[in-house]
Ligand binder design. Structure first.
Ligand code: NAP
Ligand code: ZN
Ligand code: ZN
Length: 350
């Protein structure tokens, strides 16, 4: 065991504060990563505040959140072949899975039918709690580690490991590309990457945000059109327009209104995870053979594909770097949609 420093929530809704804890010694296939940067995902807030209690098991406290982890390899186990000391490396939302179920065999480890082992708020195969990236280092099996783009700043790539892949995976799965009209609902951490990635894939992109206050940024990220959902006319004007809607909203909103914006056979994919159920009317779907779907991050192979795509197309996140001492303040600002567009913790401050 080796001692690590980090920031943790001691119980649900507690402010995060300094915390010291143990990580395992590297096993044969493990990599030790010195964490340089970790993004703040809205899911960190949902979990540190135990907001998904209707849907998942009891949260594990103390909780060290963080699953947008970027750093440098500082040690490797005796049988590691994929990484060497000094490589830039990343860790996303999960650190292991069963490796043998049909989903794992297809590279869909995020949907492992036995147990995806989440980066934090979970238990590893030895039964020890997992601790996330608001910390000085992490130990992860080489098969669950990602290679970061060499040509882009490491801090701006950290959020690709959750925000990036969570948008890339459904965009690819539902064939976003030339000739397709894609809407991104909510332009926060996920949404701003949805805009950049959909644009890089060649789709026509529309942002549906609560107001027009971020319009200039949206256009700069590649949006062709930008509308405010606070204006009721938006929903009449855009009715029946889109092939694909990626809904990143973290709060309870009326999904039926957005379903009406789909073309026949169009799909709205939920990636945002509000804490309560939202009713959907059958007519919203039957009227034009529309689909309502969901998507969760992406598998290891697809995350690597996305990172390589971002390197090639020079796509990175817009970030505000903060010292770890400001994490509680950052959480409050995320909740007020006052973030441009992802907070990234500079771990040198720890
Ligand atoms: P975020 O940065 O807070 O962005 C969410 C955006 O939703 C806000 O920027 C805002 O966009 C919009 N929004 C917030 N409250 C709203 C309201 N009351 N009405 C309408 N729009 C509202 O959060 P994030 O990190 O992108 O995460 C978004 C959601 O996705 C969270 O629920 C998170 O847990 C979930 N998530 C899911 C996955 C997955 O695998 N499915 C992965 C990561 C995160 P505007 O200001 O533009 O309106
Ligand atoms: Zn996340
Ligand atoms: Zn599995």
């Amino acid at each position: 065991m080796s001692r690590c420093k980090g920031y943790a929530a001691s119980e649900a809704k507690a402010l995060l504060g300094p915390f010291s804890f143990e990580r395992r010694e590297p096993m044969e296939h493990d990599i030790v990563i010195d964490i340089k940067y970790c993004g703040i995902c809205h899911s960190d807030i949902h979990q540190a505040r135990n907001e998904w209690s209707d849907y998942q098991e009891e949260c594990i406290f103390p909780m060290v959140p963080g699953h947008e982890i970027a750093g440098v390899v500082s040690a490797v186990g005796s049988k590691v072949t994929k990484y060497k000391v000094g490589d830039k490396a990343g860790v996303g939302c999960f650190v292991d899975s069963c490796r043998t179920c049909p989903e794992c065999r297809q590279g869909l480890e995020q949907y492992c039918s036995v147990a995806t082992i989440w980066t934090y708020n979970a238990r590893d195969k030895q039964g020890a709690p997992t601790y996330g990236g608001y910390a000085d280092r992490i130990v992860v099996d080489e098969n669950y580690v990602l290679r970061m783009p060499e040509n882009l700043p490491l801090e701006a790539c950290a959020p690709l490991l959750c925000a990036g892949i969570t948008c890339y995976s459904p965009l690819k799965h539902w064939n976003a590309g030339p000739g397709k009209k894609v809407a991104i609902v909510g332009m926060g951490g996920l949404g701003h990457m949805g805009v950049k990635l959909a644009h890089a894939l060649g789709a026509e992109v529309t942002v549906l945000s609560q107001s027009l206050s971020k319009q200039a940024d949206g256009k700069r990220f590649g949006a062709n059109y930008y509308y405010a959902t606070s204006d009721p006319e938006t929903f009449t004007k855009l009715a029946g327009q889109f092939d694909l809607i990626i809904n990143t909203v973290s709060a309870t909103v009326d999904w039926n209104q957005y379903l009406d914006l789909l073309k026949p056979d169009g799909t709205m994919v939920l990636v945002g995870l509000p804490e309560k159920d939202i009713p959907v009317g059958a007519f919203s779907l039957t009227a034009r053979r529309r689909s309502l779907a969901g998507s969760q991050i992406g598998g290891i192979h697809e995350i690597q594909e996305m990172l390589d795509f971002c390197g090639k197309h020079k796509v990175a996140c817009e970030i505000e770097k903060i010292p770890i001492q400001k994490v509680n303040e950052a959480y409050e600002r995320v909740l007020k949609s006052d973030v441009r567009y992802r907070f990234v913790i500079d771990m040198a401050s720890l």
